[in-house]
Design a binder for this molecule. Structure first.
Ligand SMILES: [Zn+2]
Ligand SMILES: [Zn+2]
Length: 160
C-alpha cells in the first residue's frame, strides 16, 4: 500500500494515468439512481462518496477529459481508459464527488440513502433498508425505513 494511502483516501482510474488523493474524511455516501449515473456508469446506480473539494489532489490531471453533463454537473474522466474519476456540481461548490467503485483502498463507507429512486432501472430493485428519496425534486423522502441514519443531501454527480 502506498504510504500516503494509510492516512488519506486514494483513488484513480483503471490504467493509473490519473490518481486522486483525498486527505479529508467523506462528508456523505449515497446511492444515485438517476439515468445519468446509470448511463455514464454503465451500472444500475452509482454510489457517490463526497469529500471536501479542498482535500482533493489530482496527479495526472493533464490526462483527464471533462464532460459537462448539465449546466450544474461536470464529470472528469481518464482520456485513456475512460474511468470516471470525479465530479463537480456547481450547486455544491465546496464538495467533490468520487464514485465509490474507483476508491482503491478499503475505507469504512456505507451509503446512507437512495436518491432519484423514481428513476431506478426497471431491472433493479434497491435495498429497502435505506431511506428512499425521489419524487418531483428527486430529493423528497418517498419511503422511510424503520431504523437507520438520516438521509444526507445529494452529492456532486447526481443529476440536476
Ligand atoms: Zn486511465
Ligand atoms: Zn445520478
Amino acid at each position: 500500500m502506498d504510504l500516503q494511502c494509510k492516512t488519506a483516501t486514494c483513488s484513480g482510474c483503471y490504467c493509473g494515468a490519473v490518481r486522486l488523493t483525498l486527505t479529508a474524511i467523506p462528508t456523505s455516501v449515497i446511492n444515485c439512481h438517476c439515468s445519468q449515473c446509470r448511463r455514464l456508469g454503465g451500472a444500475a446506480y452509482t454510489t457517490w462518496v463526497s469529500f471536501p473539494r479542498a482535500s482533493l489532489q489530482v496527479q495526472g490531471e493533464e490526462h483527464t477529459g471533462r464532460f459537462q453533463v448539465t449546466a450544474n454537473v461536470e464529470r472528469h474522466f481518464c482520456r485513456y481508459c475512460g474511468t470516471h474519476v470525479h465530479s463537480y456540481d456547481s450547486r455544491m461548490p465546496e464538495l467533490v464527488g468520487v464514485s465509490a467503485g474507483v476508491i482503491q483502498e478499503s475505507i469504512a463507507i456505507s451509503p446512507s440513502a437512495h436518491f432519484f429512486i423514481d428513476d431506478e432501472a426497471p431491472w433493479h430493485e434497491a435495498s429497502e433498508d435505506l431511506p428512499m428519496n425521489g419524487g418531483e425534486s428527486a430529493y423528497d423522502r418517498v419511503q422511510d425505513q424503520m431504523t437507520g441514519p438520516q438521509a444526507t443531501n445529494g452529492a456532486p454527480g447526481a443529476r440536476d
